[in-house]
Design a protein around this ligand. Structure first.
Ligand SMILES: Cc1cc2nc3c(=O)[nH]c(=O)nc-3n(C[C@H](O)[C@H](O)[C@H](O)COP(=O)(O)OP(=O)(O)OC[C@H]3O[C@@H](n4cnc5c(N)ncnc54)[C@H](O)[C@@H]3O)c2cc1C
Length: 365
């Protein structure tokens, strides 16, 4: 019998125990056949893309991991009005696909350069960065519906996107399952021919590019600067840089009623985030700022007795307070201990509870 596959080898945090069984699906058909068979036999299922938003328990996974190992990026249709429909296979490396769209002179995904993982996972949490998210250009996904047992097309509207959220992610959080109801097989985006330029929607990026927010800049230059800014924060995977051995941001930015500001210092960053169902104004707070100002600076780590120390096996990134990182030989429990200390400390200091962004499999925060 072959050795069980350890999830640590397939997750960007490089933690996680063995999977009882492992299938590499090299086509959408293989993935559907495997998932259908596992679901009908009641075998626990974990669908995995690039493992960059998954935190797996140290004990491993008691069922079958189906890794989506099929890639591809193609133009589906050149449309009237200067747009192009492109299709990305679920297992396609996301950043390679973004680079390909930029090479084609297609605008829409450039601000999402450098995000690790697979194209099929991007709709799950409506991946976003630098003023963009996939909901702005995603047309539809082709997916296997595990409940109905059929192939379906879900439109952008069907996906009911929110901040780091979609109907797919909600289907996961609302169940005891470890895989969402819908497994995305491919994703279609509508991108624009804009003469190789792109709008800049984020102040920090605009500053780096030397333009005003809202102005346009060359497409390749936008990608280059996004990659540069991200790398400086440890947000582009680099095997040599342990600040990138993480799931990216460990916490989402809290969206709360604007009245929360009364309990926070006047200089707390807070951005308008629309209204709730009752018409109450909402603000988005910076989780990184709340963490830092609650006393958890860059590089914060815990020793074996959970006392703060330098040089720990796990710590906050030395470049960004929002990433919980593996310094080389950390376990999932080590990463969770940091995250728990930070979450509880932020709540004690600010009365604001942070929620994890990655999907926790077999473990709790
Ligand atoms: C250094 C770093 C930086 C990051 N920066 C960002 C950022 O700027 N913005 C951002 O939004 N995210 C960011 N992330 C998080 C992560 O890269 C994204 O969420 C990415 O889309 C996850 O893709 P994946 O294939 O690795 O997902 P995985 O970790 O493999 O899976 C994540 C979840 O989605 C499910 N899933 C995976 N594929 C499918 C599919 N085809 N159909 C249905 N469900 C599926 C899995 O079951 C799991 O629950 C970052 C992560 C890292 C490590």
């Amino acid at each position: 019998m072959s050795e069980p596959v350890r999830l640590a080898e397939y997750t960007t945090s490089r933690v996680g125990g063995p999977a009882a069984d492992w299938i590499e699906a090299t086509s959408a058909t293989e993935a559907v056949e495997a998932i259908r068979a596992l679901d009908s036999s009641g075998t626990p299922l974990l669908v995995l893309g690039g493992g960059s938003n998954t935190l797996m328990a140290d004990v491993g996974f008691p069922g079958t991991v189906v890794r989506l190992a099929f890639s591809g990026a193609q133009v589906v249709q050149e449309e009237a009005g200067g747009t192009t429909l492109v299709r990305l296979a679920a297992g396609q490396d996301w950043d390679e696909a973004v680079a390909w769209t930029v090479q084609q002179g297609l605008t829409g995904l450039e601000a999402l350069s450098g995000i690790p993982g697979s194209a099929g996972a991007t709709p799950v949490q409506n991946v976003g960065a630098y003023g963009a998210d996939v909901s702005q250009s995603l047309v539809s996904v082709q997916a296997w519906d595990r409940v109905a047992g059929e192939l379906v097309t879900l439109t952008n509207e069907d996906l009911r996107f929110g901040y780091r959220d979609s109907v797919i992610k909600r289907s996961l959080l609302a169940s005891d399952d470890t895989t969402p109801r819908w497994v995305v097989l491919s994703v279609d985006f509508r991108l624009h021919h804009t003469g190789r330029t792109a709008p800049v929607r984020f102040a920090q990026l605009a500053r780096a590019l030397g333009v005003e927010e809202g102005e346009w800049a060359p497409l390749e230059t936008v990608r280059h600067h996004v990659l540069h800014l991200r790398a400086a924060k440890g947000m582009v995977l680099d095997a040599q840089d342990q600040d990138t051995w993480s799931t990216g941001s460990f916490f989402t930015n809290p969206i709360l009623p604007a009245s929360v500001r009364a309990h926070l210092p006047a200089d707390t960053p807070a951005y308008g985030a629309g209204q709730d169902e009752d018409g109450e104004k909402l603000v988005k707070l910076s989780a990184a700022w709340l963490i830092d100002r609650a006393g958890f600076g860059k590089g914060f780590g815990l020793g074996p007795d959970e006392q703060a120390i330098a040089g720990a096996r796990a710590s906050l990134s030395t470049k960004h307070t929002l990433a919980v990182t593996n310094r080389g030989n950390a376990s999932t429990a080590d990463l969770l201990a940091i995250a728990r200390t930070v979450r509880d400390g932020v709540e004690a200091q600010w009365g604001v509870r942070l929620h994890p962004e990655p999907v926790l499999v077999g473990c709790l925060l």
